[in-house]
Design a protein around this ligand. Structure first.
Ligand code: DC
Length: 230
């Protein structure tokens, strides 16, 4: 029987992780898990409750412990349920993105969410994307991809996504927000965004999404064959 792998995809904002993870999951018949959506959903709740984003704030950890975040596959898209409310669209604003990056600094919050992520992926057959999947959540994942692209390309992609949704967002401001999130995600003490030593680095700047997905599926098949013969 073909083993069901854990495929970890990490990288900075706008590198194309979601598109890649979703497509690879589809091609492999695996489950897709967007861990950023979990941080975003919790951040939305914290914003609504007026809870501060200070690094050592225990109120955030208490909030994380009593919050239910459910990721549902729905016809190729992922729906995000926060305490049973559908917040799929509500979590995709620049305000929630910045808030998610701020609460993600909190070690207690990460502890709660990482436990959830491990439960979701432990049986394999999963493509999980985030910042610390290959380094912390599943350090033994059979395939790790570190996806990157130039900041300008990433800002352009994010700006276009907002344009398509009809959100009027300044191009330069999008780049500044991306750089600010990059800095916070990379410099935090707890589980910063790093490339795991055994991750394959893929630069999506000059590659088509489908080309990258096929490359990752090839690597996954090679990994599966290796797992079977070992
Ligand atoms: O992938 P995203 O842009 O939806 O993630 C939102 C924020 O959540 C990101 O700026 C940092 C945080 N995050 C994290 O710290 N660890 C993860 N595994 C996923 C996201």
């Amino acid at each position: 029987m073909t083993p069901k792998l854990i495929i970890a995809i990490d990288g900075p904002v706008g590198s194309g992780k979601s598109t890649l993870a979703r497509r690879v999951a589809e091609l492999m018949g695996y489950v897709y898990v967007d861990t950023g959506a979990m941080y975003r959903a919790l951040a939305l709740k914290a914003l609504r409750h007026g809870i501060s984003f200070e690094e050592a704030d225990d109120a955030l950890v208490v909030l994380a412990e009593k919050t239910s975040i459910d990721l549902r596959a729905d016809d190729g898209t992922q729906r995000v349920l926060l305490d049973r409310e559908d917040v799929t669209a509500a979590i995709r604003t620049p305000e929630v993105a910045q808030a998610a990056s701020k609460i993600a600094v909190n070690a207690g919050v990460r502890h709660v969410l990482v436990a959830e992520q491990r439960r979701a992926g432990v049986r394999g057959g999963v493509v999980m994307e985030g910042r610390d999947i290959g380094s912390v959540v599943f350090p033994d994942a059979q395939l790790k991809i570190f996806l990157t692209a130039s900041p300008e390309t990433r800002a352009e992609r994010r700006w276009r996504e907002h344009q398509q949704k009809g959100d009027a967002i300044d191009r330069q401001k999008t780049l500044e927000e991306i750089l600010e999130r990059d800095r916070r995600d990379k410099e935090r003490t707890n589980s910063p965004l790093v490339r795991a030593a055994d991750a394959v680095v893929v630069d999506s700047t000059a590659m088509e999404p489908e080309e990258i997905a096929r490359l990752v599926v090839l690597l996954a098949k090679e990994g599966a064959a290796r797992t079977t013969t070992n």
